[in-house]
Design a protein around this ligand. Structure first.
Ligand SMILES: C[S@@+](CC[C@H](N)C(=O)[O-])C[C@H]1O[C@@H](n2cnc3c(N)ncnc32)[C@H](O)[C@@H]1O
Length: 791
């Protein structure tokens, strides 16, 4: 993928070439920094400063050319100033009304009329309807019917279903799609957000403001197809089919202007460099040059990224953030998909707010400045992992694609088309294709390969080849580490049900690797859209691999299980206990991943594990057998009742009859469990008490029926309400229950996580992650200090 390759070049290949050099660019007029007084420019600080300076130059030049499209707006008198710069124009897409009486009118499709939901500072749009016309007016204060305003013109429920603002007729998703396919979706300006002297000002639209936007006449329109299928949604069914369709004419004018200026900036950098005495051999950066021409290419690369960053906040798939976070324009790729938008925001690249050009370039410069070491030479090249010879004798750490999680090649075309326009002369061979190459990409994309099954076969075959390359070429003295974004939500009751994960592991083992460990690692931002909700506890698993002994033998299923029995309990114990102060216990969220390491180490060191019928054991079965170790429990009867009841009903009420049957099966009774103080029984119903309902004066030393379940939830209550010290005291009082409580917490965490009960899962996770602290508090409470380890 050329986009990924260029990002890598920009991080490891380009900076070292120019490390330690002073910047050469013109200092921006409004530069508040005193950078020009600096004489020392270590590492890539000079490069970063030039990116900033030429970025400022580009902005200034662009404003000269297209500033007329971004005029300031007049403010009402009460703001004490006459005019203000616009931060964003907020638009609503429109379709003709399906109601024949209003079929001439452009009806807005609005997902919310709220522009700001900060308590006490609410702002919303009120449409004023007059006959077959309407006007948007911006109102301050809390709307009378908040729910109606929040819903815009959408009907309740999911999907693209709206109501006609003029007639009240329903507008179905299919109707909108048909209008979109016929090129009849338009847009009406709904509100304007400006930079006031004391924060944002929301204004009603005027015909002039709308007319200015319509003046823009782009002379370039990126071609190439928007992906027709994407998990997370695509706008193609609504007629936005080509990349250029995702932008307003004014956005296209801005992006093409900035893209043109990348070329001009390169020319200018070259001249400026020569003026201050740089050599020039006309060798570009792609020919390994390091003189003025190559430097101008280098600056061009980062400025080209600046245009791409701009494109992310300047499309019609962006949204205005009405929440108290008030982040301004929410970028196109806030999720890895391109779903249709109804109301969208159009930013101002010349403002001081989100989506401005300077801001984007500023972030890029900050990365160069602070995060790129530039002291070691690196290089990046475009290779197909299934045939590459680059890794020969190298230490390998790789982050391969995750089955069908993300269609990189399809999605990155969004950026590629702009990058290609700005940077093709810098890296002609990298940008030789019109769009990102797709055929070699190792993702299981059913629509590309014809069916789900064919996609799986393609992925398994290709990934096995790619992994085989690594196993064969890796430096034998070092393990190879492979990152995999394991989805907790994909685990099912047997612990594993994720085709992607199993197919991937299968490929790694078939390729000749043996697994020697699995390390969980937090890598994903918790606020990623694809993460939140769908995979809230996402983390990454690192597979530690070594080439399998070519003389490895086979074993039977029975021998495999025997070996697991011998190894896993101890491994599990070590993981969940941690040791001393320096090795913390593995958090429950990570346990099902971590246990795979020692389990798979057994499975994968053999050439094969043979089933009773002589067939080879699948990875799926091997994982199931490993996962059984997480499910074993040996709790008291009351706790077992609670556990199973909880699994079925959560904290909700259930029928007494069911509880009675279950309690008998577990060797207890509903009355007994109620006496223990963990359930409420009455009116033919039974329900478990939540930990927050437990009495605060509980004393385990005088309680004569004290199941593990009760102790665990008292511990959670105490930890949450009174902290670790008090929880430690409680742990001392419950004497020998500590170990079982901890195991139950793990068990319940896994259960909640699989059920998608995130709030409950968090409570159990918190207890486990605080366990070491609680134990040491318990140690102190009972007068004996825990001894730390010397080594
Ligand atoms: C999980 S992503 C890596 C992300 C990277 N660690 C980062 O932070 O940007 C997987 C990458 O594998 C690349 N890829 C897919 N198929 C490939 C192939 N056949 N050869 C080489 N790379 C491939 C994709 O383009 C994608 O960039």
């Amino acid at each position: 993928n050329p986009v990924a390759v260029l990002i890598n070049k920009a991080m490891i290949e380009i900076p070292p070439k120019f490390a330690g050099r002073a910047p050469i660019g013109p200092i921006p007029k409004e530069d508040k920094q005193t950078s020009f007084k600096k004489t020392d420019w270590p590492c890539s600080t000079g490069l970063a400063e030039d990116v900033r300076r030429y970025g400022a130059w580009m902005r200034e030049e662009a404003f000269k050319r297209i500033g007329y499209l971004y005029p300031k707006v007049q403010l009402p008198k009460e703001y004490g100033t006459h005019e203000a710069r616009v931060i964003a124009w907020l638009w609503a897409r429109t379709v003709k009304s399906p109601n024949p009486a209003f079929s001439h009118a452009d009806i807005p499709l609005v997902s919310t009329f709220m522009l700001c939901t900060i308590a006490g500072k609410e702002v919303y749009v009120e449409p004023i309807v007059a006959g077959d016309n309407y006007q948007f007016t911006v109102k301050m204060g809390k709307p009378k019917d908040m729910d109606a305003v929040k819903n815009g013109t959408k009907t309740i429920g999911r999907g693209a279903n709206f109501l006609c603002l003029l007639s009240g007729s329903p507008i179905s998703g299919d109707y909108i799609k048909a209008e979109g396919q016929a090129g009849r979706i338009g847009a009406r300006l709904m509100a304007v957000v400006a930079e006031g002297p004391r924060g944002r000002i929301y204004l009603s639209p005027t015909p002039e403001t709308e007319a200015t936007a319509r003046q823009a006449k782009p002379d370039w329109h990126p071609t190439g197809d928007v992906p027709v299928r994407l998990s997370g949604g695509t706008c193609v069914p609504y007629g936005l089919k080509e990349w250029g369709d995702l932008f307003t004419p004014r956005q296209l004018v801005a992006l093409t202007t900035f893209s043109d200026l990348v070329q001009e900036a390169r020319e200018k950098v070259k001249q400026d460099a020569v003026k201050v005495g740089w050599q020039d051999d006309d060798k570009g950066i792609c020919d390994n040059g390091t003189s003025a021409t190559a430097y101008s290419d280098a600056i061009g690369v980062y400025l080209g990224f600046g245009v791409d960053k701009l494109s992310d906040r300047h499309s019609t798939l962006t949204r205005w953030d009405p929440t108290p976070t008030a982040s301004g324009i929410i970028n196109t790729f806030s999720r890895q998909a391109l779903p249709m938008s109804w109301d969208f925001s159009e930013g101002n690249p010349f403002s001081e707010a989100s989506g401005n050009f300077d801001g984007g370039v500023g972030w890029i410069a900050k990365v160069i400045d602070r995060s790129l070491p530039a002291n070691l030479r690196g290089f990046a090249s475009i290779e197909d992992a299934t045939i590459q010879t680059l890794s020969s004798g190298k230490v390998i750490s790789t982050d391969p694609p995750y089955y069908d999680n993300i269609f990189y090649a399809d999605l990155s075309d969004y950026f590629y088309v702009w990058m290609r326009r700005s940077l093709r002369p810098v890296y002609p061979s990298l940008f030789s294709t019109m769009t990102v190459p797709k055929a070699e990409e190792l993702v299981a994309t059913p629509y590309r390969h014809g069916s789900k099954e064919k996609a799986e076969v393609f992925f398994l075959k290709g990934m096995t080849e790619a992994m085989h390359r690594l196993a064969e070429q890796a430096h034998p003295a070092f393990p190879t580490t492979i990152y995999y974004a394991f989805k907790q939500s994909d685990t099912n009751a047997t612990g594993t049900g994720n085709t992607g994960w199993e197919t991937f592991l299968d490929a790694v083992l078939r390729a000749g690797f043996a697994l020697t460990g699995t390390w969980p690692m937090r890598t994903e931002l918790s606020n990623r859209m694809i993460g939140s909700g769908t995979n809230a506890l996402a983390s990454c698993i690192i597979l530690v691999c070594r080439k399998r002994d070519p003389n490895a033998t086979t074993i039977s299923r029975r021998e495999y299980i025997r070996e697991l029995n011998a190894i896993l309990p101890e491994a599990l114990d070590e993981m969940t206990k941690g040791s001393g102060y320096d090795i913390s216990p593995v958090a429950p969220v990570d346990l099902s991943q971590s246990i795979i390491g020692p389990g798979m180490a057994v499975f994968s060191k053999y050439a094969a594990v043979l089933e009773a019928d002589g067939s080879t054991m699948t990875v799926h079965t091997a994982l199931q057998l490993i996962n059984r170790f997480l499910a074993e429990d040996d709790f008291d009867a009351d706790t077992q009742f609670c556990l199973h009841w909880f699994e079925q009903n959560g904290w909700k009420e259930g029928r007494f009859g069911d509880a009675d049957t279950l309690s008998r099966a577990k060797g207890t009774s509903v009355t007994g469990v109620a006496n223990a103080g963990v359930v409420e029984s009455g009116g033919g119903n039974v329900r478990l008490f939540k930990w927050s309902e437990y009495p605060t004066d509980w004393d385990p030393t005088t309680d004569d029926r004290n199941p593990i379940w009760e102790t665990l939830h008292h511990l959670i209550r105490t930890l949450r309400q009174d902290g670790e010290t008090k929880a430690g005291q409680l742990l001392t009082d419950v004497k020998n229950q500590g170990e079982s409580v901890r195991q139950l917490a793990y068990r319940l965490y896994t259960l909640c996580e699989r059920q998608g009960w995130a709030e409950d899962a968090r409570a159990y996770n918190e207890l486990i992650t605080s366990w070491t602290g609680i134990e040491s508090a318990a140690g102190e409470a009972s007068g004996k200090m825990t001894q730390g380890k010397l080594f």
